[in-house]
Design a protein around this ligand. Structure first.
Ligand SMILES: [Zn+2]
Length: 309
């Protein structure tokens, strides 16, 4: 399986359009020791010809253009992207589906609750249903492994299993709708790989670390883990108000309860932080936070990385 990290930032990207935090200002000034990043997006393939997206980022158009493997093949108006697997209904995670609305057949895998939010409550997603067999929605329950198929139903060889990580639905989902949804389908981690091969764990939004998560993480060969915030009060300190990292569904990287300490005992997986918010000081390669993370054996994902599993 080939894995491509098309985007590695949290929602808003880096720099973010309305942000003048020290990181964003330094990137714009050209003085930042580190990389700009687009919003989190992963692509996987068993054969490097047909690709599945994990999520569908608002930056997908630019990410596709920056990735030769995802360009339409010569003479054919047909993308190598055959489907997507959704981990939640966050705007930053699903908006890219609307960019894929050119009547290209796609198969979109989503938990039933997420599918209902998008197709029953948000009429704009009807653009994905203008002709029969445009987007084939396929629901999956958490914890059950399923195979990834192209829109024609051909098996890619890739397998996926979802873990329930969070119970909060996006703020745009009405209270009455939320009452009808399953809490365990709100925010998922995705475990993907070939049936006989190694496993990638993609966990971009982790509200808390428990024994089950530690076990799944240790069993993975590559762990792409929530690196959104360095500290719990990061946004409050920068904005003067707002929510903590945990209230937003993200365990911070630092502190005794943070992921750096809590996941220190993992020895099997290659550990990579992804979904990094523009305010996170570990983006600054000249800073002590970056050094601390690297010395602890973690990598910090950058747009354009790829690896084979
Ligand atoms: Zn910023």
């Amino acid at each position: 399986m080939r894995v491509k990290i098309l985007g590695s930032a949290a929602g808003g990207g880096f720099p973010q359009w309305n942000c003048a935090c020290p990181n964003c200002r330094a990137v714009r000034a050209g003085t930042f020791r580190g990389k700009a990043r687009s919003q989190a997006q992963i692509a996987i393939s068993a054969d490097s010809r047909s690709w599945f997206l994990l999520g569908a980022s608002p930056d997908l158009r630019g990410q596709i253009e920056a990735t030769a493997e995802l360009h339409p093949r010569e003479g054919v108006r047909q993308s190598p992207i055959v489907g997507a697997v959704l981990a939640n209904a966050d705007v930053d995670h699903v908006l890219g589906l609307l960019l894929l609305r050119e009547l290209q057949p796609l198969r979109v895998y989503a938990a039933e609750s997420v599918r209902r939010i998008l197709t029953e409550d948000n009429s704009m997603f009807a653009m994905l249903q203008r002709v029969p067999a445009q987007v084939t929605w396929t629901s999956f329950p958490p914890r059950t492994e399923f195979s990834l198929q192209n829109p024609a139903g051909e098996d890619s060889g890739l397998r996926c299993r979802a873990l329930s990580l969070g119970t909060h639905y996006p703020a745009y989902v009405s209270a009455s709708r939320q009452d009808e949804l399953k809490l365990g389908e709100a925010s998922l981690g995705l475990i993907v790989g070939l049936s006989s091969g190694k496993r990638l764990a993609y966990m971009p939004a982790v509200p808390q670390i428990d024994e089950a998560l530690l076990k799944e993480s240790e069993a993975a060969d590559v762990l792409l883990f929530d690196g959104t915030f360095w500290s719990d009060d990061e946004l409050i300190r920068i904005q003067g108000s707002g929510q903590t990292a945990r209230q937003m569904g993200h365990v911070p990287v630092s502190s005794a309860e943070g992921s750096l300490v809590q996941l220190a005992g993992l020895h099997h997986p290659r550990k990579i932080y992804v979904h990094i918010n523009n305010t996170n000081p570990m983006l600054n390669e000249a800073g002590p936070e970056y050094r601390q993370v690297r010395e602890a054996g973690w990598e910090i994902a950058e747009d354009g990385w790829q690896f084979d599993l």
